[in-house]
Ligand binder design. Structure first.
Ligand code: PMT
Length: 226
């Protein structure tokens, strides 16, 4: 690893969307490009951290110097994250599908002749990776950072999410239509921790990643980590 303030530390970062299969050719997904999560993995590595990036399907190339694991579904992402532990740091930037089809059809669903109704796709809940790794226990990373993608009441919902999921910090971003947060190159985030909220100006996702990585390094350098 490159020398730096995070030398000797291991981070697990999640990025991108998940794909939840309906049948062999169809899936449910979302608009995440992986840009924010991949940039965070690269920024941590640039500070000397050993980084495992667990990513859903994206068009991005694997960041240099980062151990990148490719998965498709939320369940595969959880298994890969758990296999990558122990870690000092976890950053969950992936847009994990909250729900998946209850049944994955073994064969391609066929249109029924005679104008029959389209299939009903029943959804069931996926495992919550952030909440799972935030739970107290011997393999809990010392610092767990979640994201909150909100379209309204961004700060209130993000604060509630931080409490509900049990992570240490949460990075809130507005993903309303027109913001371009999903897929775009820029982001405007609020970093929420136990002490309060730090609102950063809009900047590139790379700049958000660099600033977050620096703040993580400062956290581990502080004499009393909180
Ligand atoms: O990929 P980009 O195009 O660059 O866009 C970046 C982003 C908008 C995807 C990113 O900045 C972001 O906000 N990521 C979190 C997206 C999300 O799904 O947020 P959420 O509010 O639904 O989930 C809250 C947290 O729980 C997130 O840390 C998420 O990774 C995690 N989660 C959610 C559901 C689940 N089943 N498991 C999880 O771990």
């Amino acid at each position: 690893d490159a020398p730096g303030p995070l030398s000797g530390r291991h981070a697990v970062v999640t990025s991108g969307p998940t794909h939840e299969p309906i049948d062999p050719v169809r899936y449910i997904a979302n608009r995440s490009s992986g840009k924010q999560g991949h940039a965070i993995a690269a920024a941590l590595a640039a500070l000397g951290c050993q980084v495992t990036l667990v990513t859903g399907p994206t068009r991005l190339t694997d960041p240099a110097g980062v151990d990148t694991i490719h998965i498709e579904s939320a369940r595969e992402m959880l298994a890969a994250v758990e296999a990558a532990l122990p870690a000092d740091i976890a950053v969950c930037a992936a847009a994990v599908a909250d729900w998946r089809p209850a049944i994955e059809a073994g064969q391609k669903l066929k249109k029924q002749p005679g104008g029959a109704l389209p299939p009903d796709i029943r959804l069931i809940e996926n495992p919550d990776i952030l909440r799972t790794i935030s739970a107290p226990g011997p393999s809990r990373p010392a610092l767990v950072v979640g994201f909150a993608a909100e379209t309204e009441q961004v700060l209130d919902h993000a604060r509630a999410k931080r409490a509900r999921k049990g992570c240490d910090w949460i990075v809130a971003n507005d993903v309303s239509t027109g913001t371009g947060t999903f897929g775009g190159d820029d982001n405007a985030v609020h970093l929420i921790d136990a002490d309060g909220t730090d609102s950063w100006p809009a900047m590139t996702k790379q700049a958000v990643a660099d600033r977050l990585a620096r703040r993580i390094a400062d956290h581990f350098a502080a004499p009393t980590t909180k």
